[in-house]
Design a protein around this ligand. Sequence first.
Ligand SMILES: CC(=O)c1sc(CCOP(=O)(O)OP(=O)(O)O)c(C)[n+]1Cc1cnc(C)nc1N
Ligand SMILES: [Mg+2]
Length: 614
Amino acid sequence: MILERVNGPEDLKALGLEELQLLAEEIRSEIIRVTAQNGGHLASSLGAVELVLALHRVFDSPKDRILFDVGHQAYAHKLVTGRKDRFHTLRQEGGISGFTKVSESPHDAITAGHASTSLANALGMALARDLMGEDHHVVAVIGDGALTGGMALAALNKIGELQKRMLIVLNDNEMSISENVGALNKYFKELQIRKWVQDAEKLGKNILERISPQLFGLVDRAKEAAKLILHQENPFYAWGIRYIGPVDGHDLKGLIHILEHLKALDGPTLLHVVTKKGKGYKVAEADPIYWHGPPGFDPKKPEKVSKGYSWSQAFGDAVTELAHMEPRLFVLTPAMREGSGLVRYSLEHPERYLDVGICEDVAVTTAAGLALKGMKPVVAIYSTFLQRAYDQVIHDVAIENLPVVFAIDRAGIVGADGATHHGVFDIAYLRTVPNLQIAAPKDALELRAMLKKALEVGGPVAIRYPRDNVERAPEGAWPEIAWGRWEVLKEGTEAYILAFGKTLRYALEAAGDDPRVGVVNARFLKPLDREMLRALSRYKLLTVEDHQRMGGFGSAVLEALNEMGLKPEIQVLGLPDRFFEHGAIPSLHRQAGIDAEGIRKALAAMGVALVHER
Ligand SMILES: CC(=O)c1sc(CCOP(=O)(O)OP(=O)(O)O)c(C)[n+]1Cc1cnc(C)nc1N
Ligand SMILES: [Mg+2]
């Protein structure tokens, strides 16, 4: 095995082309083997194998900085930068991250997970390099999906102006998680066609050269002139960035050759590399959407596995039905059609569906524009990615109290994607925004009730739900809900647990059938049910949420009690003030003390010791 001889990128320099090609296959097998057992970003990483090997063959990491945008396509990078022996721990608690991570390796130039950050990071590194009088390369690998992000496009504008020496490698596989969108994406496709034309012409040129060198010379000059004109319309030239390509991203020899040349160039260069997402694994090539991030699978007989009925699907079904009843409903997603459960909706209501690309800010402000014209927009968005559109929520939606619904998926700890993806800040960053209401349903029925009502209450509403499965609600079920009112699920004589969202199940488990402890589905955070809170303030209270403790649901309860001049004995359970790495959700909840065990412990500390049911 050649991979056994590779303990760092310097070991690639000694390998001949054949050995590198063999190594690429070994790396593919290892990526498939480990992703089969751990799950992970299979198709993206398979598509980037040759590119990674060529980059590490030509450049000298860690002196040269090689950045991977999103960092989910970097499994080959991890394997050749000293982590092959730990690769089997990928995305597991205590194991290596599924993305690049500065603290994990000197070869990981940035910590990533959210898209479109590599270009601004690269600009910063190039500025620092030149200020420090250092001499090394800065290379940013960015996918065609990540390039739809505003951060990336704005960074290009600055990079072109400053003309710092750096290489941008556009890894164009025409895919985001689903099919990529945007005008640039269409243009890249055209360029690829031109590439084929160029190849055909090259073939023609060779034949022509043999027949008549004079004629060939004339044609060639005309073509060069045409190419120049052709390139003038290339947007990268407008950005002041040299564009080279498109080139075959699986042709190791060609990649090494062209990278060697580009190394010598000054100023910013963009190399347009065309790859196949899922390359080398038939099922992933055939369906890069499913195999973008599969859960475990049998590598010998790779089949799609159903992960059960999720909150995302419950949302997708509800909003699809709602759109049949409410013609003004319009759903937007920032490149997360599958993740947000919108495949069915996008097929049934294509005229009222929009995937804006990886640009959450555009999703939110487009929704504002729709609302200003009387539509009822719903922004389907992960909690962690909504962080990208915080100002838009305030500035473009909340100030004018526009009727935009935020269907916040992946709210809470999300597991193997780790710190960059846990949705544990949204309550804190949303609840201070005037006009914005916040709710968390306990099940799919309540989700339907809240969604429907949210379209009627007016103003912006955020409904948050976790990465989890949920019991399907019957089609056509639209229960009423007392907006702003909590729900007592279990009476108690000594204490009440006020649970928000996913932690309700832990609260019920902890309380069991002990008559001393009541449980409240505190499903509305804003407005808070102050009437019920006042009534319950004569008991001991415990709040629990799958969110940072600071600024979360518990904070809102404390503030309300203070404003009402009430002083019950109260404990607030939430995530402590640190980041949680990747790991299994129940385990991370246990570590955070917000599971049933943690609730029992907190109640015991308040003098309500519960018997632990077997
Ligand atoms: C991992 C993750 O969360 C990914 S990977 C990905 C597609 C990236 O497409 P690209 O063309 O850049 O790469 P490719 O997979 O190689 O084709 C998205 C949208 N996401 C979710 C996402 C959404 N929004 C933001 C800000 N960041 C991320 N990471
Ligand atoms: Mg892509």
